[in-house]
Design a protein. Sequence first.
Length: 283
Amino acid sequence: MKSFKRINIFFFSLSTVMSIIGLYFLFTGGIRIGLTEITTFLVLYLLIAFSICAGYHRYFSHKSFTPKFSLKFFFLLLGPAAFMNSALKWARDHRHHHAYPEDEKMDPYSISKGFLYAHLGWAIHSDEVSSTVSFVQDLESDYWINWQNKWIIPLSILMGLILPIFLGILIGNLAFGLFFLGFFRIFLFHHSIFLINSYCHMFGSRPLKNITAGNSLWIAILTMGDGYHHYHHMLPNDYRAGRKWYNWDPVKWILFCLKKMKLVSALKRQSLFKSLDDQASCS
Ligand SMILES: [Zn+2]
Ligand SMILES: [Zn+2]
């Protein structure tokens, strides 16, 4: 019989129930909402989404650019607010996903185990990917990444729940801080990221090659560009997920601007033609 990660089941249930209660209060007038609340929600959502999509994903997992220490620390401090574990564990799972896509044992969120497993099931089952070699040796030797990994639970509570409640008090709307800046924001971003592993891998468009990873514009909107998952699997170390200039990928535009401000360097670009050639010669 399979065993489960009880703490994850508890937290997913809690964030779902609190989101439903928050929406109930919103629609029955128990929580008021105005321009200040909407602006605060969007700013917080985007800053945390950037910490995951640019930080956890494109930097810690793929090293597709090099941030200055201040930006790296920003990722390590704000990433936990998403309640998606530490950068070290996130990157370990994600590197396995790219190394063994669709493999039932080695891909932690393998789509071959079905939509629901790829979406949420993997996060509540206790099966962990394991391999004889570490996939994150470069991260394990980093002091600040280990520091974040060690303190991930208090950091998550501090940045993901206490900070939103404090922001709610600051804007004079404690209930909005708790239910929306806290739990609903976590719930919405969880499922946005999980849809990449489920929806994009099952239903996304695949313009270049017949792999399960597909693109989705509406998921790209929710994830600051990471919905261009087909392109990303073709060129995983490119700092851009949306390859074309008009693809909705705010992370690539922000990274480009941060390079001008000298906060990041070494933005990596990969050649699509080279990638197609390499994959053709391997098959
Ligand atoms: Zn994928
Ligand atoms: Zn990736």
